[in-house]
Every structure is written in structure tokens, then in C-alpha cells.
Design a protein around this ligand. Structure first.
Ligand SMILES: Cc1cc2nc3c(=O)[nH]c(=O)nc-3n(C[C@H](O)[C@H](O)[C@H](O)COP(=O)(O)OP(=O)(O)OC[C@H]3O[C@@H](n4cnc5c(N)ncnc54)[C@H](O)[C@@H]3O)c2cc1C
Length: 306
């Protein structure tokens, strides 16, 4: 049964949202977590680079985190999509997919991002299996294999040296015209790292394993795994920025100050939506900070009210 008033409504109940809730729950604030169960890493069987839980199943991690919250009786979690958040004077009106409306003094946005992959057969199918976004998360598992970096410009220039730390057999695929710097292209030549600029026609695979890349105007190349850059600006499912007047940066992420404070008083943001350093641990950390700041504001406001 929903209440009509909460101290905080959290949009998104995954790494960032559940961590924010824990901080609030431990300080006995009333919290409603709204989550519609579409976390970004749900496609993966293992989540890596998490000290203490390395290789944990993402679903198990979330189940455990939800279980941990059960003892905090001021926290309520519901399966719902938040459609609209509106600020009316000092309160937020939050509209759920069920058409119910709840009110909150603070909002924590922890709704994650939407991955946009090249619109080419194979990328979506192999996402999280042989096509990856992050070498820290999945690079160790494909070390010394035949790897590729797909993208152009700053992403490739940043990512290639890291992927070369995992394997000597790495190629660069720009999937069409590239904007790589002259210096970088010269370095590729010197190091004899192949640069293929042809558009990609499709990825060939068996089961969940990449076999080869088919190009529009280059012979097929065999590869075992690819790392793909994000398509900027980052996409989000609901335009809370427009609804609330939130500022975003040039990458499409919410602009936040320390502790996840946005430009709108009372609205905090955490997790993948505030950084390109997108990982479970970073989301947990920024979620906890947002939860702590919301707690501080709530209790300070109460203290100063006569
Ligand atoms: C394929 C893949 C594999 C990855 N592997 C790793 C790894 O091994 N290690 C690692 O550290 N990181 C990994 N990551 C990154 C990691 O998944 C993210 O950094 C992390 O999930 C971010 O957590 P979050 O809470 O910000 O967002 P998410 O985990 O994406 O959760 C957002 C939640 O908000 C909900 N939501 C969204 N909009 C609404 C709405 N309007 N109303 C209600 N609910 C909403 C969603 O349903 C979802 O449950 C991986 C990412 C991908 C894509």
C-alpha cells in the first residue's frame, strides 16, 4: 500500500538507487523506491571488478541488496515506472505508471542510461557476451584473444592503449569515416596496428561468440571480442531534465556537484547518469553519497523549522 507522502522518492532501484536507499533507511527517513527492473547489466551473467563480490551474478547482487533493505522498515520498494516528476513549491509530485501520484520532499534520480549500439546485426545480439563497453568489466576474460576497438575519435584514442594491455592482437574499426588525429594514425602505422575504416556490414557469430566482422568494402576479419564506445550524447528513457529543468553536460549526463546535487534544489542524481566512469562500484558510491546528502538536507531543514 502506497503512502501519499515520503521524505524521498528514488527513481531506479538498482546499484545507485538501492545504495541511496540504504543510507536513508539507516537514518530512518521514509523512502519509496520505484523500479521497473531494466538494469543496464541484466544481460550479463557476471559482474566483475567489484571488490568483495567479483564475478557475482548481477541479478543475485540486486536480490541481495533488496534483501538487505528489508530490515529498514521505512523503505518501500515498488515495481513501477516513474513517468513524471514535477516540482511544486517545496514538494515534488511523482506520477507512476499506475497513474498513482505520490509526494516527496526530495528526489533521487538513479534511473541509469540506455545503451545505443551501432545499428548493425550482431552488436545487440552479442552485447555483454562478445561485445563490451568496458575493459575493466570484461577485458580480463578475453585477454590474449583477437580483439577490436570499434569507434572513432577520442574514444578509440583513449581505449586502444588499454586494450593493448590485454592482448597484442588488437585492430581498430572506425565503422566508416573517422576523426582520428594524424598523430594517432601515425602511431598506429608505426606499431603496425591495423586500422579498418570500412563500414561494418554485420558481425558473424555462433551462439554468443563473435566469429568475424563482415565489412561493406573490405574482406572479412576474424575477431573474438570487441569493445565499443558510447554514442554521445548519452540517452535516457524519460526526459526528467525537461520536466525538472535539470542541466546536462555535453555528454548528455546530468551536471552534478559533490554528493550528487543537481542545479535544482532537492533533486539529486547518482549512478551511470552522472558519469562516463560507469561501473557498479561507482554507482553504489554515488548512490550512497546522494542518499547521505538527502538525509542531511531533510534533517537540517527539520532542525531549522520553528
Ligand atoms: C552489458 C554490460 C555489462 C556490464 N558489466 C559490468 C561489470 O562487470 N562490472 C561493472 O562494474 N559494471 C558493469 N557494467 C556497468 C554497470 O551495469 C552500470 O554501471 C550500473 O548498472 C549502473 O547502475 P545504475 O544504478 O546507475 O543503473 P542501472 O543498473 O542501469 O539501473 C537503473 C534502474 O532504474 C530503472 N529505471 C529506469 N528508468 C526508470 C523509471 N522511469 N521509473 C522507474 N525505474 C526506472 C531501471 O529499470 C533499472 O532497474 C556493465 C554494463 C553493461 C551494459
Amino acid at each position: 500500500m502506497l503512502k501519499t507522502e515520503y521524505d524521498v522518492v528514488i527513481v531506479g532501484g538498482s546499484h545507485a538507487g538501492l545504495s541511496a536507499a540504504m543510507a536513508l533507511g539507516r537514518m530512518r527517513r521514509s523512502v519509496l523506491i520505484c523500479d521497473d527492473s531494466r538494469p543496464r547489466n541484466q544481460i550479463s551473467s557476471h559482474a566483475n571488478n567489484i571488490a568483495g563480490s567479483d564475478g557475482v551474478s548481477p541479478e543475485k547482487w540486486r536480490q541481495q541488496a533488496r534483501h538487505d533493505l528489508e530490515k529498514y522498515k521505512t523503505i518501500q520498494l515498488i515495481n513501477a515506472t516513474v513517468h513524471k516528476v514535477e516540482k511544486r513549491q517545496l514538494q515534488f509530485h511523482v506520477e507512476l505508471s499506475s497513474k498513482e501520484v505520490v509526494h516527496a520532499r526530495k528526489i533521487i534520480l538513479a534511473h541509469g542510461i540506455q545503451d545505443k549500439l551501432p545499428d548493425v546485426t550482431g552488436f545487440q545480439e552479442l552485447w555483454g557476451k562478445s561485445v563490451f563497453h568496458c575493459p575493466y568489466c570484461h577485458g580480463f576474460e578475453v585477454q590474449d584473444q583477437r580483439l577490436g576497438v570499434v569507434g572513432s575519435g577520442a574514444y578509440v584514442e583513449h581505449m586502444l592503449p588499454m586494450i593493448l594491455g590485454l592482448s597484442k592482437d588488437v585492430m581498430v574499426f572506425t565503422n566508416g569515416a573517422s576523426d582520428l588525429s594524424k598523430d594517432f594514425v601515425t602511431a598506429l602505422k608505426k606499431k603496425q596496428i591495423p586500422l579498418i575504416q570500412s563500414p561494418i556490414a554485420c558481425l558473424g557469430y555462433e551462439g554468443q561468440k563473435l566469429q568475424f566482422i563482415e565489412f561493406k568494402n573490405h574482406p572479412r576479419i576474424e575477431r573474438d571480442a570487441l569493445f565499443v564506445g558510447p554514442q554521445l550524447p548519452i540517452s535516457m528513457r524519460v526526459n526528467f531534465d525537461k520536466q525538472l529543468g535539470l542541466e546536462k553536460n555535453e555528454m548528455g549526463l546530468y551536471k552534478v556537484a559533490e554528493m550528487g546535487r543537481t542545479n535544482i534544489a532537492g533533486v539529486l542524481a547518482a549512478g551511470d547518469i552522472v558519469t562516463l566512469q560507469q561501473s557498479v562500484v561507482n554507482a553504489v558510491s554515488s548512490g550512497q553519497s546522494a542518499g547521505a546528502w538527502a538525509t542531511f538536507e531533510l534533517l537540517s531543514e527539520d532542525f531549522h523549522q520553528f
